[in-house]
Design a protein. Sequence first.
Length: 327
Amino acid sequence: MRIVVLAGGIGGARFLRGLKRAVPDAEITVIGNTGDDIHLFGLKVCPDLDTVMYTLGGGINEEQGWGRTDETFHLKEELAAYGVGPDWFGLGDRDFATHIVRTQMMGAGYPLSAVTEALCDRWKPGVRLIPMTDDRVETHVAVTLPDSGSAAGEGERKAVHFQEYWVRLRASVPAEAVVPVGAEHAKPAPGVLEAIAGADVILFPPSNPVVSIGTILAVPGIREAIADAGVPVVGLSPIVGDAPVRGMADKVLAAVGVESTAPAVAEHYGSGLLDGWLVDTVDAACVERVEAAGIRCRAVPLMMTDVDAAARMAREALTLAEEVRAV
Ligand code: GDP
Ligand code: CA
């Protein structure tokens, strides 16, 4: 069975670990979000690709869900001693090596997709990991920052890089708009459209619908290829009990006018894209609403407390895919 998964960072990676356990013989292609990518200290950092690679390759910091296990931060401390920032983005010594190798290869002319393949030669994630595009796409967030100088509460409106919004500001101000800068001119990376066209099933893990899966779908050609693939497309809700399980997805959902509920996210993707949607058992009451939108829906436990729980979710998603294929 050939499975294509669109993935962000933590939610995507943990689901993928379960999927691999559930169907060890499947050929899994992961289309990774690169809208979170950022240049720091002259290095190209790809947080979502690395989270998938480290999680599936056994190098992830389990508690954090990102970054390397057994990490140290000497390099960051030395940079700070020179007054060189930013200090708000956690790059550890082991992690730095990945970014150095990536930047060096890109400097030598290799596209990100080839670099990712080379990095995966070491990590052996057991899936084919392809960035959504080799072109530069950067998600920016429009915010109004409180202006400390003015008593009137007038703020400064500006666009900040997604990482600055998420990591430095911790989504503490409303996201007024989310823009995947460069996406409209980006081309799917080699292998992306081919994988979608050759898939038996396409899955949306419980990744962020706006800044992870939404960004991948913003690359011209990808959404259309999925809609036209003629195979079941099944998603799992990252929203459980009207709140994100982790992180601040509610903030970026608000920016695109979508309420933070499992059915609203399904309707946001729409029946033109999604055939099936899994919600958590606590959201069982919304199954009818999702089905009324033309999307087959089931309520099952959706908390990835361990790899087995994620594997059960993956099996449920594949079962739902077979159900929609049969109709
Ligand atoms: P990021 O790039 O690291 O933010 O990761 P993703 O976009 O792949 O996933 C983020 C989403 O995963 C968040 O919106 C969370 O609500 C969701 N998430 C994390 N853990 C779980 C879980 O155990 N169950 C479900 N249903 N969603 C989860
Ligand atoms: Ca991300």
